[in-house]
Write a protein that binds this ligand. Structure first.
Ligand code: NAP
Length: 233
C-alpha cells in the first residue's frame, strides 16, 4: 500500500474548496479542511464525515499569526502537509472600473488572493521539499489570464494574474524536487462567488484542482490548466 497523503485546503467551508475536500477524501487522502471561522470548519468537516478522513482547522490566510499557529499545531500533531490547495479568495469591486478601484479594495484583495497564498506556501512548501513530495494547486481564474484580460473585476483579475506569477516562481524554485506547482481555472461555477447563473456545478469546478492535487511524479509543473488542459497565461 502506498503512503497516505495529507492535503490542506484553504477556504474550504463552502463552494469549490468544500468540494475539493470531499473529492480528495473520497480518493483516500487525509484532508485538513480549513476555514477562517472555526465553527464553520467544524460544520463543513462534519458534513463530509462519510467521504473519508477530514480534520477541521481554523485558518485565516490573510493573518500571519493564524498561518503560523496552524503550522505549529500540525507539526505538534505530526501531520505533514503533502498537498496544498490554495483555494481561499475574495472578489471585491467586481463592477468597479480600474480607474475607480480604491487602494483599500486592492489591498484587501491582494491580502487574501496573493499574500495569503504566499504565506501559506511559505509555511508548508519547505516541508514538501525536505520530504521530496509536494503538490501545490493555486486556484486561479480565467479572469487572471493576461491573454484575454479586459475590464472585468480589476482588483480580482490583477490578483489572479499575480497569483499565476507566483505559480511560476514557486514551480521554478522547487524544480526537480518532486514538488509540482500549478494554477487551475475551475471555470464559472455556481457558488456564492460565481452566483446562481453559472453553468458549472461545484463537482465540475473541483475536477481540475483535484487532478492537479493528485498528479503522479511525471505530472506537469509551472502550468495553468482548465479542464485538465494547459491554457495560455
Ligand atoms: P466562495 O464560495 O465565495 O468561497 C470562498 C472561500 O474563501 C470561502 O470559504 C471563504 O470563507 C474563503 N475565504 C475568503 N477569505 C479568506 C481568508 N482570508 N482566509 C481563509 N478563507 C477565506 O468562492 P468559490 O467560488 O468557491 O471560489 C473558490 C476559488 O475558486 C477562489 O479562489 C475563486 O477565486 C476561484 N474561482 C471561482 C470561480 C467561480 O465561478 N465560482 C471562477 C473562477 C475562479 P468565508 O466563508 O469565511 O467567507
Amino acid at each position: 500500500m502506498s503512503e497516505q497523503r495529507t492535503a490542506l485546503v484553504t477556504g474550504a467551508n463552502r463552494g469549490i474548496g468544500l468540494e475539493v475536500c470531499r473529492q480528495l477524501a473520497a480518493r483516500g487522502l487525509r484532508v485538513i479542511l480549513t476555514a477562517r471561522d472555526r465553527a464553520r470548519a467544524d460544520a463543513a468537516a462534519a458534513s463530509l464525515r462519510d467521504a473519508g478522513e477530514v480534520i477541521a482547522a481554523p485558518l485565516d490566510v490573510s493573518d500571519p499569526r493564524s498561518v503560523s499557529t496552524l503550522a505549529i499545531d500540525l507539526s505538534d500533531r505530526r501531520l505533514h502537509v503533502d498537498v496544498l490547495v490554495n483555494n481561499a479568495a475574495v472578489l471585491v469591486g467586481e463592477s468597479t472600473g480600474v480607474l475607480e478601484t480604491t487602494i483599500d479594495d486592492l489591498r484587501a484583495t491582494f491580502q487574501t488572493n496573493l499574500f495569503g497564498v504566499i504565506l501559506v506556501s511559505q509555511a508548508f512548501v519547505p516541508g514538501m521539499i525536505a520530504r521530496r513530495y509536494g503538490r501545490v494547486v493555486n486556484v486561479s481564474s480565467q479572469a487572471g489570464q493576461l491573454l484575454s484580460m479586459g475590464t472585468y473585476a480589476p482588483a480580482y483579475s490583477m490578483s489572479k494574474a499575480s497569483l499565476n506569477a507566483f505559480t511560476r516562481q514557486l514551480a521554478a524554485a522547487t524544480q526537480g524536487r518532486n514538488v509540482l506547482v500549478n494554477s487551475a481555472d475551475p471555470g464559472w461555477v455556481r457558488t456564492a462567488m460565481g452566483g446562481p447563473s453559472a453553468p458549472r456545478s461545484v463537482e465540475q469546478g473541483a475536477d481540475t484542482p483535484v487532478w492537479l492535487a493528485t498528479l503522479s511524479a511525471k505530472g506537469p509543473t509551472g502550468g495553468f490548466f482548465s479542464d485538465r488542459k494547459p491554457i495560455d497565461w
